[in-house]
Design a protein around this ligand. Structure first.
Ligand SMILES: *Cc1c(COP(=O)(O)O)cnc(C)c1O
Length: 239
């Protein structure tokens, strides 16, 4: 399939799942996860009119963004940082990120807030929640969520719009339906704490499980390999 066919197919699947789960048309947006893929690939999707891209590593994100900005000076791409961020990298992403999906500690929140002060901007964020309980995963544990959001609410430059999660690896996406449902329940019980409680965002679902995530209430799905092809991590050891 060509890029255009892949993009169209994913968009059709999103439209279909949105409809069959009784949700409003346009309720779900697509972030194309371009990690490990070249600026060329991003530029090709941009030429098809796709604007939202997700990256999980700061260095790779900055290099790719810089290359795209050089080649397409007038571009209006929206970059999403979707992976764990070290505090000392906070200054690298402020002012360059449409939505930060991986807020996972009070210390990171204060570093981001401080860096945002310096450039007099605010930043839209989602809190990452560890719904699967795997020790290897980043994210706030569900029982601690309310208190976490309350404790970062004094950081005035961060606008918390909702939650993000990575479900457990699964062969059958039905196996992680409960994890997506849990994220939605958590967002409902914390609704009063979000920046805009009438429009809470849930970033959940990837290539193999985004349909189930949409059925459970995702408003943003993060799709990489189904759009770009399979990733070759060995091509660059630093990735
Ligand atoms: C890589 C990645 C994705 C996309 O995964 P695919 O299976 O390639 O669709 C989504 N979210 C995060 C946080 C990722 O790191």
């Amino acid at each position: 399939m060509t890029r255009s066919e892949r993009l169209e197919r994913i968009q059709q699947d999103i439209t279909e799942s949105t409809k069959t789960s009784g949700r409003e048309p346009g309720a779900v947006s697509l972030v194309a996860v371009s990690k490990t893929f070249a600026a060329d690939d991003v530029a090709a999707f941009a030429a098809l009119g796709h604007l939202d891209f997700g990256e999980n590593k700061v260095q790779e994100f900055l290099q790719k963004k810089e290359e795209i900005d050089r080649r397409l000076p007038e571009n209006n791409l929206r970059w999403h940082v979707i992976g764990h961020l070290q505090r000392n990298k906070a200054k690298e992403i402020v002012g360059k990120t449409q939505l930060f999906h991986a807020l996972d500690s009070v210390k990171l929140a204060s570093s981001l807030n401080l860096q945002l002060d310096r450039i007099a901007e605010s930043m839209d964020c989602l809190v990452q929640v560890n719904v699967s309980g795997e020790a290897s995963k980043f994210g706030i544990d569900p029982p601690d969520l309310r208190q976490f959001i309350e404790s970062i609410s004094e950081q005035p430059n961060l606008r918390i719009h909702g939650l993000m999660t990575l479900a457990s690896p699964s062969y059958n996406p039905e196996d992680v339906r409960g994890e997506f449902a849990l994220l939605r329940q958590l967002s409902e019980s914390a609704q009063d704490l979000f920046f805009d409680s009438t429009r809470v965002h849930l970033s959940m679902g990837m290539s193999h499980d985004f349909k189930v995530a949409i059925e459970e209430g995702a408003t943003i799905v993060r799709v990489g390999s189904s759009l770009f092809g399979s990733r070759d991590y060995s091509a660059n050891a630093s990735r």
